[in-house]
Design a protein around this ligand. Sequence first.
Ligand code: GLN
Length: 208
Amino acid sequence: MVKHIGILALQGDFQAHQEKLHELGAKSLLIREPYQLNAVEGLIIPGGESTTMLKLLSLELREELTKRIQVGLPVFATCAGCILLAKHVIEPEQESFGLIDIDVRRNAYGRQVNSFITSNLKWTDRGLQATQHLNSVNNATELEGVFIRAPQITRTGSEVDVLIEHKNESNIPSPVLVRQKNIFAATFHPELSSNCKIFYQLAFDVRL
Ligand code: GLN
């Protein structure tokens, strides 16, 4: 079970994650230097601006993050974080860590003004299986998602489970929460919704 959760704090919405974790009684640490990763058993890579994060990320921190994620550090990457960990990033194209076998299209819903909040998110069967141990989750659980200049996951590899989908106006579903082993990636901002706890529980196996 994860006790200390690190939050990559170079740019973006790291403070809101820290506040949410604090409210829930979980211990967190803002991560800016590679050595700080020794003190955590889970990591959040927050939403924000992925290009800026890439610029601010030192080679040492990037290497240490990659190494730890590859050996199983539980990670919850949201929005820009999801973009950083993806295999391929388009529109515009951008380098990424390739740690989760998904392709993403940045700003897929349009500009800042097209950001939206929806309750139209649904757990998939896989998602319900993965959350079985959390008895707060069932098919009727209303799920809010805050999408801010959000990316879209355009491809998922065979190792990737889709846990939550969003249906657009034409009722076409697209993945918005996925998992590959120890890596969870969401295209929305869970830290801005009241149901955030479920996601931390799921990614870090914490009893909050
Ligand atoms: N559009 C941003 C990017 O490309 C991501 C937005 C977000 O994290 N809310 O990095």
